[in-house]
Design a protein around this ligand. Structure first.
Ligand SMILES: Nc1ncnc2c1ncn2[C@@H]1O[C@H](COP(=O)(O)OP(=O)(O)OP(=O)(O)O)[C@@H](O)[C@H]1O
Ligand SMILES: [Mg+2]
Length: 458
């Protein structure tokens, strides 16, 4: 059984409070009520409900002020405002402050029920998804890589099949997609896992030193070679040599590397005697190898040799279904690292993350979650905590948030009506200019276009 969902109702008129509370009575839902807004806030802090129903006009604190405090406490709480004094200004304000609905009094009980049912269903789905995600995180991890999208499963399966047998492999994929992790996985699952995993970052090696670095040299091979020196290939004997950013390897070195791969022997610079080595070579690049070959910057024969086993790491954009899991994974990691008890990411922050295009892939996501985990004052990450580049200029997730939970909640009627009116009004004020109207409502142009289509507005 999942834990009960909670609703807090705050209304200074006892009769109306009772009516609302009674009409929402059902199994699996606990309802708390308060006639005093301060008591209501105490209840909210204590019970941490999923849904709050607020009367707009109350003595001491009005509904909008309570709404502010609720959003400060947890922006993920769904707040429905109830009012007998509807004005467009308060509706706009409520939506911008993060309310998800705005119902007219006297409350239509069927409309209220329909609206709350929709929100409860969404909360239950989230509860389930959350429990599921925690298990999934364990079952969706492979050698330190998280993923359950078809593309990642395919990658994991390929690594597993290939690892026991390969002699050389090429990992290609955009930056930040986990090529280093794939290389380590290949090593860890191969018979060479008892040997060393030696990394050579080809973009960091000075061209003239490349060969002595990789193949070693003998005394007197060049000025300054006062002793024999072992190269990385020999050092990796019995294990794996990881050639990162192989696209940056000079052509002459590529030719010699090919010989190492073909003959499994290495000749130190200045020597004529080859030496047998037993080494697996994994190369990686985020560049387009075919383009490099076309420009004669990469040897085709070396490519074919390496690409007998080619593993492609997909971009994050190709596997966005992995986002929630990756978010959770990094959140848990930074939670430990920063010694914070971080509980989650608000829905609107998740929406912002889902909208981003992630050119820097997992590395960018990792940095974004790290940044947010550091910035957040509370135990939940919200849009404001995310790096500006990620959440874009879209400070107002509110309409988006509404849309995420209630696009099909037309039954509730009133909110859709308000929203339609708001959008029509903004369009009018902007003299039909969509971008301007979007700016007035602080929503994106895409959102604006979507809403206009939804409400058939022009
Ligand atoms: N599937 C994944 N699950 C969890 N973490 C991942 C995953 N893929 C990558 N990461 C993390 O993302 C970061 C970037 O990964 P990595 O360094 O392997 O990228 P790369 O493909 O080698 O990028 P580049 O081409 O820029 O070198 C690392 O911190 C890594 O741990
Ligand atoms: Mg890398």
């Amino acid at each position: 059984m999942s834990p009960a969902l909670k609703i807090v109702v705050v209304d200074d008129t006892p009769a109306s409070l009772e009516l609302v509370a009674e009409s929402l009575q059902q199994d699996g839902v606990e309802i708390f009520t308060a006639t005093d807004p301060e008591d209501g806030l105490d209840l909210i802090y204590r019970e941490h409900p999923q849904i709050v129903l607020l009367d707009l006009v109350m003595p001491k604190l009005n509904g909008l002020q309570v709404l502010d405090r609720v959003m400060e406490f947890d922006p993920a709480i769904d707040v429905i405002l109830m009012t007998a004094h509807y004005t467009t200004e308060t509706a706009v304000e409520a939506i911008q402050k993060g309310a998800c609905d705005y119902l007219n009094k006297p409350i239509s009980i069927p409309a209220l029920r329909a609206r709350v049912e929709g929100l409860l269903a969404e909360s239950r789905r989230r509860q389930r998804a959350y429990a599921l995600d925690s298990e999934l995180l364990e079952t969706s991890s492979f050698e330190g890589m998280i993923g359950r999208s078809p593309l990642m499963w395919e990658l994991f399966a390929r690594i597993q099949r290939v690892a026991p047998h390969y002699r050389s492999a090429l990992i290609t994929g955009p930056t930040g997609t986990g090529k280093d992790l794939v290389a380590k996985a290949l090593h860890n699952l191969s018979p060479a896992n008892t040997g060393r995993f030696v990394t050579c970052n080809c973009s960091a090696v000075v061209e003239t030193l490349f060969e002595s670095e990789l193949f070693g040299y003998v005394r007197g091979a060049f000025t300054g070679a006062n002793n024999d020196k072992m190269g990385l290939v020999e050092f990796a004997h019995g294990g794996t040599l990881f050639l990162d950013e192989i696209g940056d390897m000079p052509l002459t070195t590529q030719a010699k590397l090919l010989r190492v791969l073909q003959n499994q022997e290495v000749t130190r610079v200045g020597s004529v005697t080859p030496k047998k080595v037993d080494v697996r070579v994994v190369a990686a690049t985020n560049r387009d190898v075919n383009a490099l070959i076309a420009e004669k910057l990469f040897r085709e024969d070396l490519y074919y040799r390496l690409a007998m086993v080619e593993l492609k790491t997909p971009s994050l954009a190709e596997r966005k279904e992995d986002l929630p899991l990756l978010e959770k994974f990094f959140l848990a990691r930074f939670s430990r690292q920063f010694n914070k008890d971080l509980k989650g990411i608000t829905r609107r922050a998740q929406i912002a993350l889902a909208r981003h295009s992630w050119p820097g892939n997992i590395r960018e996501l990792e940095n974004a979650v790290g940044h947010a985990a550091m910035m957040t004052m509370g135990d939940t990450i919200d849009v404001e905590d995310l790096p500006p580049a990620v959440c874009g200029r879209e400070k107002t997730g509110e309409l988006a948030r509404t849309a995420a939970v209630g696009d099909d909640a037309e039954a509730a009627g009133s909110f859709a009506d308000h929203e339609r009116a708001l959008i029509a009004d903004a369009l009018e004020r902007a003299a039909g200019n969509q971008s301007e109207a979007a700016r007035i409502l602080k929503i994106s142009r895409d959102r604006m276009r979507y809403k206009m289509a939804k409400y058939d507005l022009r």
